[in-house]
Ligand binder design. Structure first.
Ligand code: NAD
Length: 513
């Protein structure tokens, strides 16, 4: 098979055939059994990574605790300078890292590069933020008193990430957490351990150059059990977890039990509403990219299209025609639109969802199936499918992490469409296609979309780092990335200072001695 520069990328990123999966920076160890990472692109094993045992984990946590004592005293802008250097390192390694993301996870090379670009962007954002960790000042009711609030670092932040954005999600958390003065322990998905090893090598070089101690950036590897080392650990005040709602419910319960903080970024069931006032050409482009981009494995992928009956046939015909043009194959080959899904389990879930949609009464408009033969040896290439359904079907209420688009017809006005769009348990991303101001503003109003992200005339998929990212309901309620999302990585303290010679009490209370 064609190599597409993979061997070179692996060598540039210092990935060997067997790799230690536990690191506190420049110190690498890991005595647990190994995970072999194999590529959904061609089914071949890439390399192995050793998992983290409880003993290894204890070593990591004590290093991180020590490092926090130093790191919290480094002035925030100086921490920002180190994050700036990490952004430069990522610029230097953008191509090999983008390629590894593409090969290990299966997204297109362009999307792999885009993911690394997102890491660079969040580093830039964090550098600016490092001089803007602002608190308010307020007027005291007592004479000769001053009040203000300030933000202090939390300590160790535990980051648990999903396979589909194997590197960007880590950087969204870690770049902010570092400028906030926290140290981080990252457990990447067990499906994409190599991208984790690569990122850790890059940051370790930057920290070493700056003569920073071990423990500011740590890596652990393994499955959910290794994740539980952190969620049950009182020494970790904040757990940021990205993944399925099933995982999020467990993490929330475990962290809640010890009254820790959790930031949850869970599943979506994202819809685009297409009103009679939609630009159909734009709608089709947005819907197709949203549904088949990253082979339907984005948390913001378009799962449902809620289309007014007056334009339903027109939208349906245009979509079917567009799906006919899709090229499915190796994501490193830029001629292809759709790559593989992550593994055979994901393929099984995809097939099961299509079966269920049919059993519940769905009408298949573009049929699915698993591709076989030359170029499809991994068994992970599936055909993007479209099924006409009712929103109330069980299967439509669930997030299937694959390229299946559900088409739903609505009659009546935009409020009926909004009711359908909100009638799922998830609340991540949503969009409306309309050139009618009233429809658009209603969709964005307090009786409109109940999602964390609501767009007008763009699709549901993807987001810019400048805004806070996350969703409501079973999506978990967390916010990451831009805006004031940084506040979750810090603890707030309210300070009152008395510069008078008396001791007046608040609320006029008298206590005379
Ligand atoms: P997953 O839930 O299977 O795994 C996610 C991570 O959680 C992995 O690192 C896994 O090892 C860990 N984990 C599992 N059980 C755990 C436990 N009990 N304690 C601690 N850690 C545990 O998800 P996945 O298949 O890797 O990713 C796909 C899912 O992620 C989809 O539902 C998608 O919507 C969601 N996702 C959400 C966002 C978002 O920002 N909202 C972003 C990306 C992905």
């Amino acid at each position: 098979t064609q190599d597409f520069g993979i061997s070179e990328a692996l060598a540039t990123l210092y990935i060997q055939e067997t790799n230690n999966g536990t690191s506190t920076g420049n110190d690498w160890f890991g005595s647990g059994e190994s995970i072999v990472s194999s590529s959904p692109v061609d089914g071949l094993s890439i390399a192995s990574v050793s998992t983290t045992t409880k003993e290894d984990y204890e070593k990591v946590v004590s290093k991180a605790q020590e490092a926090f004592k130093t790191w919290r005293m480094v002035p925030a802008p100086a921490r920002g300078e180190i994050v700036r250097q990490f952004g430069d390192k990522l610029r230097e390694y953008k191509e090999p890292l983008g390629k590894l993301v593409s090969y290990e996870m299966g997204k297109s090379y362009q999307e792999g590069l885009g993911e690394v670009q997102e890491m660079i962007d969040i580093c830039d954002f964090a550098v600016g933020l490092s001089r803007q960790l602002h608190g308010f000042t307020m007027h005291s009711e007592r004479p000769g008193h001053r009040m203000y609030e300030q933000y202090h670092p939390l300590g160790i932040v535990g980051i648990i990430s999903a396979f589909n954005f194997p590197v960007a999600v880590w950087s969204w958390n870690t770049a902010l957490a570092w400028v906030c003065g926290d140290v981080c322990i990252w457990k990447p998905s067990e499906k994409t351990p190599l991208t984790g090893v690569a990122c850790q090598q890059l940051i370790a070089e930057v920290l070493k150059k700056n003569e920073m101690p071990e423990g500011i950036s740590c890596l652990i590897n393994g499955n959910g059990e290794v994740g539980e080392f952190m969620t049950t650990d009182k020494r970790i005040p904040l757990i940021s977890a990205t993944g399925s709602t099933r995982m999020g419910k467990k993490v929330a319960a475990t962290v809640g039990e010890r009254l820790g903080k959790s930031l949850l970024e869970l599943g979506g069931n994202n819809a685009i509403i297409v009103t009679p006032n939609a630009d159909i050409k734009m709608t089709v482009i947005g819907a197709v990219f949203g549904a088949v981009g990253t082979a339907g494995q984005r948390c913001t992928s378009t799962r449902r299209l809620i289309v007014h009956e007056s334009v339903f046939d027109q939208v349906k015909d245009a979509l079917v025609a567009a799906y006919g043009q899709l090229k499915i194959g190796n994501p490193l080959d830029e001629n292809n639109h759709v790559g593989p899904i992550i593994d055979s389990d994901a393929v099984r879930m995809y097939l099961m969802a299509l079966e269920k949609a049919k059993t519940e009464g769905g009408n298949v408009l573009v049929s699915g199936g698993v591709l076989e033969g030359n170029g499809y040896e991994s068994g992970c290439y599936v055909k993007p499918a479209i099924v006409e359904v009712e929103n109330s079907y069980n299967i439509v209420q669930q997030e299937t992490f694959a390229p299946i688009l559900y088409l739903i017809k609505y009659s009546g006005d935009v409020e009926d469409a909004i009711a359908l769009q909100n009638d799922v348990v998830q609340g991540l991303s949503s969009a409306i296609m309309t050139s009618n101001l009233r429809e658009a503003e209603l969709f964005l109003s307090q009786k409109g979309s109940d999602c964390g992200i609501a767009n007008v005339n763009i699709g549901t998929s993807g987001a810019e780092i400048g805004g806070a990212f996350g969703g409501e309901k079973e999506t978990g309620g967390g916010r990451e990335s831009g805006s004031d999302a940084w506040k979750v990585y810090m603890r707030r303290q309210t300070n009152t200072i008395n510069y008078s010679t008396g001791l007046p009490l608040a609320q006029g209370i008298k206590f005379d001695l």
